[in-house]
Design a protein around this ligand. Structure first.
Ligand code: SF4
Length: 414
C-alpha cells in the first residue's frame, strides 16, 4: 500500500501548440513532500503523459491507500493555473476508489528544512529542458534545485509570498551542492535554480556559488536562474559563472520607466538595463529577458517602447507575456477594485492556451494586448540582427530551431 503524491497534467491544455518547446520540470516540491512519508510514491502525470484513465491504471498498480495532489509546477503562478485541474482530479479519484485525497494549492511544508532531494523517487529521464536552455548542448536532460524560497521584493503583479506563505529564506548551501552532485551523477547538467530571485549579492548566495564551485562540476553545468537588474554586479556575475550559471533571466518587464518603476517597486533606467545586459554577456552568461505587455497604464506607444527596448537589448532569448493578474498579488486587488473582468480557470490564466483571457489596460482592450504580444514574439524572433547574433553564438542549428518556433501558429489564426 502506498501514498501517491500526484502532479496534475495540464501541459496540453495550458501550452497548446507550443507544448513540445516548453520544459518538463522535475517536481521538486512534490518529491520533497513525498519524502515525508515512508510509503510516498511520486506520480507526475505530466511527465508520465497520463490522463485520468492512465492515472487510474497507475494508481491501481500501486495499491494506493491515500492520495495527495499538489497543484503547483515549478513556479508559484502554476498553483493558480492548476487549482481547477487538481479539484477535478480529486473528484475522479474519490469517485473511483473512495480513498482520502488531500489537495494543496500552496506549499504545505517548509522546503528550506526538508533536506536534500531524493532523486531516486523520480525517473529523471522523463524530464527535458526548455528549448532555449539547451541551445548549443547535445542533450536536454533537465534537473532543478533551489537555494532559497520567496523573495525580498514586492512587485505588484507577483504572488510568490502567498504561495510560500513566507518571506525570503535561504537553504543550507551544502544541500544545494548535494543536489548538484546527485543530478550530475545521473547525467543531468541542464539545471534550473528554482529560486524566485537567486542572483543577489548576499552572503548566502555567495556561499552557494562557492559550494557549487567546490564540487568541481561547474565546467559541465548549464544552470539558469532568475535575476533583477538592480541586484547584480560584476563580481557576483563572475561568481555565478564560475559556479556553472550560463543563463540569467531578468525581469525587465516594460520599456516605459514610469510603468516599470511602479510595478517592480524598483528604480532602474533603460540605460542601466542596457549596461547590465552587456555586463552579463561580458561575464559569459546568456541573457533571457522577460517582458510584459498590458500594465494598467500601457497604451500602444508604451508597448511599442517595450518591444523596441527588447530589440535593442538583443537578449539571447526573450519571453513576451501579457500581464497576468494572480490572486494574492497587489495587482489582483487593484484590478478587482477597478471592476475588471478577470480570468478564473487555469486555461484562462495559461498564456499559451487558446482559452487565455488577457486583461485590458486603461487604454486598450485585453485582446489588443494579446495581439500585440503575439506580434512582438514574431517580430523579435524573426529579426535579421537577432538571428545573425544567434548564429554567431549558437550556430545554424539553433537558428533553424528558432525559425521552426516562429512558424508555429499559437492560436490557429493563420
Ligand atoms: S523580484 Fe520576482 S519574485 Fe520577487 S517580487 Fe518581484 S516578480 Fe516576484
Amino acid at each position: 500500500m502506498t501514498t501517491a503524491f500526484i502532479k496534475p497534467n495540464t501541459k496540453a491544455a495550458h501550452y497548446g501548440r507550443v507544448a513540445s518547446l516548453s520544459a518538463i520540470e522535475p517536481p521538486v516540491w512534490l518529491t520533497l513532500l513525498a519524502q515525508t512519508v515512508a510509503d510516498g510514491v511520486v506520480v507526475d502525470m505530466e511527465a508520465e503523459g497520463l490522463d485520468h484513465e492512465g492515472l487510474a491504471a497507475r494508481l491501481g498498480s500501486l495499491q494506493v491507500r491515500r492520495a495527495v495532489i499538489l497543484a503547483t509546477g515549478s513556479h508559484p503562478s502554476a498553483h493558480v493555473q492548476q487549482a481547477s485541474a487538481a479539484q477535478a482530479l480529486k473528484a475522479f479519484i474519490t469517485g473511483r476508489w473512495g480513498i482520502p485525497v488531500d489537495v494543496f494549492e500552496r506549499l504545505p511544508f517548509d522546503p528550506v528544512q526538508a533536506g536534500a532531494v531524493d532523486w531516486d523517487r523520480i525517473a529523471l529521464e522523463r524530464y527535458r529542458a526548455h528549448n532555449w536552455h539547451a541551445w548549443g548542448r547535445s542533450d536536454k536532460a533537465y534537473g532543478a534545485t533551489f537555494a532559497s524560497v520567496s523573495c525580498p521584493f514586492a512587485c505588484d503583479f507577483c504572488c510568490v509570498k502567498d504561495f510560500y506563505n513566507s518571506g525570503y529564506r535561504q537553504r543550507d548551501p551544502a544541500l544545494v551542492a548535494a543536489d548538484i552532485r546527485a543530478l550530475t551523477a545521473k547525467g543531468v547538467t541542464n539545471i534550473k535554480m528554482m529560486d524566485e530571485l537567486f542572483a543577489m549579492d548576499n552572503p548566502g548566495v555567495r556561499a552557494v556559488c562557492e559550494a557549487i564551485t567546490a564540487t568541481g562540476l561547474a565546467p559541465r553545468l548549464n544552470i539558469w536562474a532568475y535575476a533583477r537588474i538592480d541586484t547584480v554586479n560584476p563580481p557576483l556575475l563572475a561568481r555565478l559563472r564560475a559556479a556553472g550559471v550560463r543563463w540569467l533571466a531578468y525581469g525587465i518587464e516594460s520599456g516605459d520607466e514610469k510603468i516599470r518603476g511602479a510595478a517592480l517597486k524598483g528604480q532602474f533606467t533603460n540605460a542601466r538595463i542596457r549596461d547590465v545586459v552587456a555586463m552579463t554577456k561580458d561575464a559569459g552568461i546568456h541573457v533571457l529577458g522577460n517582458f510584459m505587455f498590458g500594465f494598467w497604464d500601457d497604451d500602444r506607444a508604451s508597448m511599442e517602447a517595450t518591444l523596441a527596448l527588447a530589440e535593442a537589448l538583443m537578449c539571447e532569448y526573450a519571453n513576451f507575456y501579457c500581464v497576468s493578474v494572480y490572486p494574492g498579488s497587489q495587482l489582483y486587488a487593484d484590478m478587482h477594485g477597478r471592476g475588471v473582468d478577470l480570468p478564473v480557470s487555469g486555461e484562462e490564466y495559461a498564456q499559451m492556451s487558446p482559452a487565455f483571457k488577457p486583461v485590458p489596460t486603461a487604454h486598450v482592450t485585453g485582446q489588443a494586448v494579446l495581439a500585440f504580444r503575439d506580434a512582438a514574439f514574431a517580430r523579435y524572433f524573426s529579426g535579421a540582427g537577432y538571428l545573425a547574433m544567434m548564429e554567431r553564438v549558437f550556430g545554424a542549428d539553433t537558428v533553424a530551431g528558432i525559425r521552426a518556433m516562429t512558424a508555429i501558429n499559437i492560436r490557429g489564426t493563420r
